[in-house]
Design a protein around this ligand. Sequence first.
Ligand SMILES: [Zn+2]
Ligand SMILES: [Zn+2]
Length: 143
Amino acid sequence: MNNLISETDGKTFEGGCHCGVIRFRAIGPLRQILMCHCSDCLKITGTSWGATAVHQDDFTFLTEARPRWYRSSEWAERGFCEICGSQMLYRRDNAPLVSIAPGALDNSDGLTVSGQIFADSHPAWGPLCTGLEDLDNTYPRGE
Ligand SMILES: [Zn+2]
Ligand SMILES: [Zn+2]
């Protein structure tokens, strides 16, 4: 995994959905946040999406409740709360990572942003608030 944040190594991050039914824990190192402006993210979240990521072995659910997984493309699915609709998780087929929306974390201090992908395909009104490095060649189809 590229772009790990060394300061998060061994640190515990807890988070969950807006209504609180789903809770989870991730143990660092966490990856830097990658912003994604693809049409799937725009359609599903309303605007661009971004995610940090952790190795799946360092990710556990703390509740019985689990997200519903929606297959948003041929290569990935997204985990959301079917009660409150929070879009929290993303996992790419055959990748040992769980991507986590930083806003789902209770405390995301210390996280940083590495860059963005699919900025070129964003509609003309955006992407908003970004002057980020384009990493389209670094993250094939996003993580
Ligand atoms: Zn919820
Ligand atoms: Zn996307």
